[in-house]
Design a protein around this ligand. Structure first.
Ligand code: SAM
Length: 465
């Protein structure tokens, strides 16, 4: 944090009252230090060892997340590297890697990320699930949801349905059907003070109260969405006990069917502090975890894992109506697959057309009719004006050897810059769709005609330049 930026005085007074003098001094010193750069490897695409070997970057493991690392390099810009555009990793603070790692979703389950944008934790959940099962990613802010879909495209996530709904609406729609629910709640952001001047500027004691109230509402809806025997992980990036232990104390009182499940004690993890509440909260809240910037290499975070012991059986949900694709759409898609891919990427019974957009819906997904949906699974492309145009997400979710025509370049090749800038270059070969790759990792589509290749990189990716 630059010395000119000061921390809000009422915040410091509060923290001084909570922490012992020595710990408060260490906490303050940490907040004035430099944040670390965290990087989480996309295990859908590459192993940590392979990424490390290719980049030569020094990476220190994050104890609570085997695919997470602290980047120990000065002067590298991992967000500008073509490997980032290829979705080989996500830049994420190490503390923010804890919620998805500790919720521990399994392939084939139904998982809900209730406050998902911009998708740091959704991408983590998707990778842990190996793209199998159903992951519903929800948020309420359209701009942040756009960022979420870009991150999911880059990541190669194929089993994610993205919704834009208030949590209560999701609770009424689904009922208790999810094996795991993540509530990474909107909060007063005290844990981000070191990294984010905006968080320091907008903080106030009133904001803490407002956030606690909002969190109570979101958690109440979340409780209705967890199936019996299922798990609810609540996380915030704030230190305020009103938003952490306080919100959970009220929740546990109103929901006796949930109990706090002890989280593993990784190095640096500190217990929850029910004794900071007035009156003190239940002792079980000591099983929650506080991540402090002076105890771990990462920002401030709070996590608690709740287990639903009792509750109604999950209701049956209507399966999607399997309408046959319009003949013309199917013909165009099949022709594209025959020309561009070695085999069909998904069984045709999973194809569904929403407007002009062709999707592969997640296996066994219910109908989402009646919900505001932004993405129905794996977006394959658009059928319009007698053509099938492949989506960026189709290229990014397949391996290079799935494609018939690939232009693969080393990471520092000038044609990659041209591709990211949306430009044109020369490369002999047949006319039609071609995938551009960095080494063997797809980056997106281009269209070749008469030996001239025109980038079809989406506009949001062009910001990479
Ligand atoms: N999980 C995200 C990640 O890892 O990238 C960060 C989520 S951020 C801490 C909290 C999110 O909650 C914001 O994107 C915000 O738009 C969303 N939000 C705010 N009010 C909400 C509500 N009532 N229901 C669901 N999400 C809400």
């Amino acid at each position: 944090m630059p010395p000119s930026m000061t921390l809000p005085a009422p915040f410091l007074h509060r923290m001084q009252a909570f922490l012992e003098a020595e710990e408060f001094a260490a906490f303050q010193a940490a907040l004035r230090g430099r944040p670390v750069t965290g990087l989480r490897v996309n295990t859908l695409k590459i192993s940590p060892e392979d990424l490390q070997r290719r980049t030569g970057w020094r990476m220190e493991p994050v104890p609570w997340c085997p695919e997470g690392f602290v980047l120990q390099e000065e002067g590298v810009r991992p967000g500008k590297h073509p490997y980032h555009a290829a979705g080989l990793y996500y830049l994420q603070d190490p503390s923010a890697m804890a919620p998805a790692a500790l919720l521990d979703p399994q392939p084939g389950e139904w998982v809900l990320d209730l406050a998902a944008a911009p998708g740091g934790k959704t991408t983590h959940l998707a990778a842990r699930m190996g793209n199998r099962g159903l992951l519903v990613a929800n948020d309420v802010q359209p701009r942040r949801l756009r960022e979420l879909t870009h991150n999911l495209d880059r990541w190669g996530a194929t089993h994610v349905v993205v919704t834009q709904a208030m949590p209560g609406r999701l609770a009424r729609f689904f009922g208790p059907v999810f094996h795991r629910v993540l509530v990474d709640a909107p909060c007063s952001g005290e844990g981000m003070f070191r990294k984010d001047p905006k968080a320091r500027g907008t903080w106030s004691p009133k904001l803490v109260q407002r956030c606690a109230q909002m969190q109570r509402g979101i958690l109440k809806a979340a409780a209705h969405l967890v199936r019996v025997g299922g798990w609810l992980l609540y996380s915030t990036c704030t230190f305020a006990p009103e938003e952490n232990e306080g919100v959970l104390a009220r929740f546990l009182e109103a929901h006796p069917d949930f109990e706090v499940h002890p989280l593993p004690r990784h190095p640096g993890f500190a217990p929850g502090r029910p004794d900071w509440l007035q009156p003190p909260g239940p002792e079980a809240l000591r099983s929650a975890v506080r991540l402090w910037p002076h105890r771990v290499a990462g920002e401030g975070h709070f996590l608690a894992l709740l287990h639903r012991r009792r509750g109604p059986e999950p209701p049956p949900l209507p399966a999607p109506r399997r309408e046959r694709l319009p003949h013309e759409a199917l013909r165009l898609y099949r022709a594209f697959v025959a020309e561009t891919l070695h085999e069909h990427p998904v069984p045709e019974e999973r194809l569904a057309l929403f407007g002009v957009h062709l999707y592969a819906v997640p296996e066994d997904a219910p109908s989402f009719k009646g919900l505001p949906v932004q993405r129905w699974g794996w977006w394959l492309g658009t059928v319009k004006k007698g053509r099938f145009e492949p989506a960026h997400s189709l290229a990014l979710a397949l391996r290079q050897d799935a494609f018939r025509h690939v232009l693969s370049y080393p990471r520092d090749h000038p044609h990659l810059r041209t591709f990211f800038a949306g430009g044109t270059w020369e490369a002999p070969g047949p006319d039609g769709w071609v995938v551009v790759a960095v080494e063997e990792f797809p980056l997106g589509w281009a269209r070749r005609s008469g030996g001239k290749v025109k980038s079809r990189a989406p506009r949001w990716l062009r910001r990479w330049e």
